[in-house]
Design a protein around this ligand. Sequence first.
Ligand SMILES: CC/C=C\C/C=C\C/C=C\C/C=C\C/C=C\C/C=C/C(=O)SCCNC(=O)CCNC(=O)[C@H](O)C(C)(C)COP(=O)(O)OP(=O)(O)OC[C@H]1O[C@@H](n2cnc3c(N)ncnc32)[C@H](O)[C@@H]1OP(=O)(O)O
Ligand SMILES: Cc1cc2nc3c(=O)[nH]c(=O)nc-3n(C[C@H](O)[C@H](O)[C@H](O)COP(=O)(O)OP(=O)(O)OC[C@H]3O[C@@H](n4cnc5c(N)ncnc54)[C@H](O)[C@@H]3O)c2cc1C
Length: 672
Amino acid sequence: MSEITSSIPLQINPDLQEERDKASFNVTELTHIIYGGIEKTKKRKRLEKLLFSDPFFQEYQNVRAFGSRSEYYAASVKKSTKIFKLRRQHKWTDEEYETVLDICHDDLALTLHHTMFIPALERLATEDQKSKWLTLAKQYKIIGTYAQTELGHGTYLQGLETTATYDPQTREFVMNTPTLSAMKWWPGSLGKSSNHALVLATLIISGKKYGMHPFLVQLRSMDDHKVLPGVRVGDIGAKMGGNSVDNGYLILDNVRIPRNNMLMKNAQVSPDGKFVTRGPSKANYATMMLIRVQICTMAYQVVSSGATIGIRYSAVRRQSKLDPQDREPKILEYQTQQYKIFPGLAMSYAFLFASRSLTRKYEEAFAEIQRGDFKSLPELHCLSSGLKSFCSEHSVRQVEIIRQSCGGHGYLNAAGLGMLVNAAAPMITVEGENTVMYLQLARYILKRFAGAMSGQQLDGSTSYLSMDPATYVCPVMSETDCRNLTALCDIYRYRSYMTVCRVARQVQHDMESDMPQHVAINKNLVDLVRAAKAHSYYIVVKDFVEGVDALVASAPVIKVLRTLCCFYAAHGIAEYSGDFLESEAVGLHQLKWIKNLQVSLLGEIRPDAVALVDAFDYHDITLSSALGCYDGNAYERLFKSTENDPMNKEEVHPSYYQYLKPFMEEMNKSKL
Ligand SMILES: CC/C=C\C/C=C\C/C=C\C/C=C\C/C=C\C/C=C/C(=O)SCCNC(=O)CCNC(=O)[C@H](O)C(C)(C)COP(=O)(O)OP(=O)(O)OC[C@H]1O[C@@H](n2cnc3c(N)ncnc32)[C@H](O)[C@@H]1OP(=O)(O)O
Ligand SMILES: Cc1cc2nc3c(=O)[nH]c(=O)nc-3n(C[C@H](O)[C@H](O)[C@H](O)COP(=O)(O)OP(=O)(O)OC[C@H]3O[C@@H](n4cnc5c(N)ncnc54)[C@H](O)[C@@H]3O)c2cc1C
C-alpha cells in the first residue's frame, strides 16, 4: 500500500527552516519597517486573523481556481459584501480598510466602488454633493463605478464622444451615446454590479462644447437592480486575468439627470446655463493621478509576492548536481537561479521606498490642492505618470521571469504566479497606457530642460537638469567605489541627464530645420520614452538610496538593505549597459567592475534571501500559492490542490461515456 498522501506535514520544511536559521538580521524588525511600525504590523495581523478565520476565504480560493467565470464573479461579490459588512461592524478606519484590501490582494468584484468611485466623489464633488452622494456611497447605499473609457478612446480624453447636453428648460442634462465608438467600454464593476456610474462626458451648453466633466448617472433600479429606461449595460467578456471583475459596456439614450448630478467642484453650470470654472483645466483628472500613485504600491505588492513564491520554492526544490559527491542542491544555489530571482527581490525593496516617497509627495501636494494651491500639480502629474509606468512595467516583467524560474510547476495555477502575472498585467494599461504616460513625463522634462538652458533654477525631481555636464567625472574610480550608493546614484543621474539632453537637442534641431513641431516630436518619440525611462530609473534608485540612508534600524538590517540597494543599482547598469556607455556615465572599466559586483552580490544576498521575503509577511491565503507557502511543503500542497480539482471528482469522467467509449468501440469494431 502506497504511503503517499496529500496531508500537509505540521512542521516547516527543514530546507526552509535552515534558511531562516542563518538569517543575518531580525526579520520582525524589517517587517515593522515595511509596514510602518510595530503597531501597524500588529493591527494588520489582527485584521488577517479576523478575515481568515472565516472558512469562506479558503473556499474562495477554490472557486477562483476551478469555478466558472460566473461562479467566480458571484464569489467575489460575496467577498466584497462580506468585507463591506465587516467594515461597518468593526467600524474600521479608512486605513484599516485599505489594509484589509491589501490583505485580500486580489480584485474584488466591487473594486471600483472603493478604488475610484468614492475617491472621484471626494475629489470632484462640491461639499453639498459630497454630503449627499459620498455619504450614500460610503454606506454602500449606492454602488458606483468610474466610467470614462469608451470603445473608441481610452487615452485621448479630448476624443471622448459621450455627451451631456444641458437643457435649461428642465434644468437637466441629457446624456447620450451618439455612436458605437462612444459607448463606455472597460469600466470595472459596471457590467453587473453597479447601480450608479460617474460618467465622464463632453458638456454641451447651447451647442457649445466645454470639455470633459463628471456626471452621476443612475443605471439600475434601487428596488430590483433592473436596468433603467434609456440605459443599456453589460459585461464585456472574459479577460486574461481579473475575471472576478465585471468590466462593462454602457450605452445611454437620452437619459435625463438633474443639473445637480454634474459634479461641480471644478466647474459649474448655473440653472440658466452659464459655465464657470475653478482651478486648472486638468483638475477633473485628479482621480487618475491618485490611482497612478497607488499603482506604484501595487507594483511593489506584485513583485514582492512573486519574489516570496520564487525564493521559498527555490529553497525547497532540489534538482541536478553541483558537487558530484553531494546530494542534489537547492535550486537557489545555482547562480543563474539567483540571477533570475534576486532582481525581483531587490526591486521589491526599491519599489517599497519609491512608492512610499511618491505617496508622501502626493499627500503633500493633495493637501495644497485642497487649499486651492495647484503649483505642484504639473510636477506630481509627471512624477506619478513616470513612476506608474516604470513600476508596472518592471514588476510585471520580473514576475514573469520568476514564474519561468519555477520550471514546470510555475505554470500551474496552484503556483499562484500565472494568476499574479495576469492580474497585474493591466497595470501597464490602466490609468494611462505606459508609453503615453512616459510621454507625458518626457514632455515635462523637455520643458524643464529648456528652462534650465535658459538659466532657470529648477527644483523638484528635475532639478538635476540644471547641472553642468562638463563637471561630471564618473565617481567610480576603483572596484570598491562600486559599492558606494551615492556614486551609483550619480551615474544614473548623469545617464538621465545625457539621455534627456540628446533628445532635447534632436527635437530642437528638427524644429529648427523647419519641421512642424508634431512631426519633430513623432520622429523622436522612441528617444523621448527612453529619456522618461532613464529619468524614472534615476528617481527609483535615488528614492531607494535616500530611503535606506534615512532608516533608523539595527546595523544588520541596514547592511542587508544597503546590499540590496547596491545590487539593484548595479543590476540596472549591467542590464542597460549600452545606454550607460553611450551616455558616458560609465566607461568600459567601470562597467566591468559593476558587472563583477552585480554577480558577486548574488552570493552575498543568497544567505538572507528567504528572510528578506519572509519580512514581507504575506499570509498564505493572500499569496495563494502551493509553491510559496510559509511552511515550504510545496509538494504536499501541490498534491493537496488536486483534491479540489473538479476533474478528479469522478473516477471516470462523463466525457468517457459520451465520446471516448463510443469512439473506442467504433475503433475496436473497425477492420482497418
Ligand atoms: C498582489 C496583488 C495581486 C493582484 C492585483 C495586482 C494588480 C491589479 C492590477 C490592475 C488593477 C489596477 C488598478 C485598478 C484600478 C482602476 C481600474 C482602472 C481605471 C481606469 O483605467 S480609469 C481611466 C484612466 N484613463 C486614463 O488614464 C486616460 C489617460 N489619458 C490622459 O490622462 C490624457 O488624455 C493625457 C494623455 C494626459 C492627455 O490629456 P489631454 O488630451 O487633455 O492633453 P492636452 O495635450 O490637452 O494637455 C496636456 C497638458 O495637461 C497636463 N496634464 C495631463 N494630465 C494631467 C493631470 N492628471 N494632472 C495635471 N496635469 C495634467 C499635461 O502635463 C499637459 O500640460 P502642459 O500643456 O504640457 O503644461
Ligand atoms: C483591466 C482594465 C480595467 C479598466 N478599468 C477601467 C475603468 O474602471 N474605467 C475606465 O474608464 N477605464 C478603464 N479601463 C480602460 C483603460 O483606462 C484604458 O484601456 C487605458 O487608458 C488605455 O487606453 P486605450 O485602451 O484607449 O489604449 P490606446 O490608446 O488605444 O493604446 C493602444 C496603443 O496606442 C498607443 N498610443 C495611443 N496614443 C498614443 C500617443 N498619443 N502617443 C503614442 N502612442 C500612443 C499606446 O501606446 C498603445 O501602444 C480599464 C482597462 C483595463 C485593461
